[in-house]
Design a protein around this ligand. Sequence first.
Ligand SMILES: [Zn+2]
Length: 285
Amino acid sequence: MALVAVVVALATAAAALVLVLADVATTATESSNEGQQLAAAPSESPARNLAPTLGKSLATVSPLYRTGRLTDVNCTPGELPAGSISAYRRFLTRVTTCLNKAWGAQFRKAGLPFTKPRLRIITGKIKTPCGAWNVGADGVYCSVDRTMYLMISREQLRNPFPLGITRLVAHEYGHHVQQASGIWHYYWAARAVAGKARRLQLSRQSELQAECFSSVFMSTAKGTPLVTDEDWAYTVDWFRKNGAKGWPQNDHGKGPTQAAWMERGFDRGTPGACNTWASAARNVT
Ligand SMILES: [Zn+2]
């Protein structure tokens, strides 16, 4: 057990070095919303000689997977009019409150301690405690300060797509869920001792799970003005076609793979549908 604790502690330290980005369909047009990932690998980690499999159950059999449907918190963040950053701030604060309620209830059901992430809306690139902002990124979750950074571009201001930005914040929140539940402890421990191909696979498992968690949340608002059938179908289709374009390495999954996890999370509505860590390799391509 002491060895497990050491692995977990080292993995947590490694995770703190890294930021995770997400590309998104945050506008109603198909342009200008591809992100790139600055995934600085953890520097030489003393975990290298320890077996990461010791912590694998943190990811593969998380108690979160047995909590049933994500709680419907009747999320109604209201309108998102064009041209107003304060409207974005209000809207995203409300969405984050919904996410806190929904996931907070799920952590209670799982018997896991829960902490809320912080939200920062920015209009230009900034340096986070996890490092420099990467060109093209729309969102970042930084585990050092447990903060979701969302950058609102001029195009997003001009042409808001409420479902798109909600899906993005729910994705970054998904990384917070991974961090708070211990799933990321396994991820970073395994990454620290993996070769390149395995590292990419682990990255895909992490990203596809965050995306699936996002879709689980989106499903709770299914049929409301925020998540109409038409807008959801458009978004999944956008990712099927474009989801991999912003990532030169296959660290987020192919477009159809991303779309498949979105549909799975949305249709089932349960965190247990998002167990990418126990899924066959062909499902995380
Ligand atoms: Zn991500």
